[in-house]
Design a protein around this ligand. Sequence first.
Ligand SMILES: [Zn+2]
Length: 321
Amino acid sequence: MSEDAVEFSCPFCKAKFDVPKVYTYATCPYCGTTFRIDNPEAHVEHYIFTASYDKNSVYRLLKEFALMQVGIAEDFESATEFESSYMYLVPLYIYEVNVKAGCRGGKEEAEEGKVEIDVHGGEETAYIVTPAAQGLPMHIPEGYSFPARGRRFFRPAIVGEGVYLQPSLDPEAVFKSVKEPYVSKAVSEAVAACGDNYDLVDNSKYVGVAHYPFWLVRYRYRGRTYTSVVDASDGTVLHLEYPMGVKSRVVGLVGGVAIVLVAAAIGGLITGAALGLPIHGFLGGALSSLSALGVAVGRFIRSKGVYRYRPSEEAVFVPMR
Ligand SMILES: [Zn+2]
């Protein structure tokens, strides 16, 4: 056993295994029971979202998606070859937020100890699914819409299908921070309606842990590696790097040259006007801009396009490098 791990006994099947100290939860590799390390006897709901895309179908999907992108290399289809793919099972926490800030006054005593609250004020409800670990091998955009449907109870056999990542964030701390905007919205509505004369009722619930499949796919094009990330459950492309074609590079290059020449002309004219020698002034300006032109050319030749998923699902094209 390494220094960074602690030996645990599964609360269900009693099998013994090592758990790294940084984990918040552990999943028994023998029976699949998930438990909190600081409270192994407490019941934890554990779900899995099933992958609908296998290795081959996800690579096919990626290529089709890449071909729809603006400026993709003309020989992309024939010059691209598969390099590697890994399915990661990313840990998530699921919460159901339900907060009411009801104005007092309309309240009635229903039963002893229970108060019926007039929901004149604010009520907020939400279903929240959010990453349960930091430092994931892929970036999952803030507000990424994980489906509410399609989750099943966890089965240990699924672990073998991908790289299984453990939750490491504190679920209570995450709960508090995801709930906060809903609480303040409900409260501010109540304050607008009845000042400080409200009661806050929080029926929010921590549902449990879930694992969600993402593919990390690498392919090669003319000796360079391009990376992409795809939601293995619904096929959403979160990130796609792709080579840009000669035509788009030329457009970029012409743009770069045009900008540099205009700058040179302006620089030359100003210098020339100051010296009373317009022609030499212009040439001097153009020559001094050659190094700038070189930089511009270099930048456009190495163009690579990147597609990034946005929660609004609009296509975002970001040329980089
Ligand atoms: Zn077990």
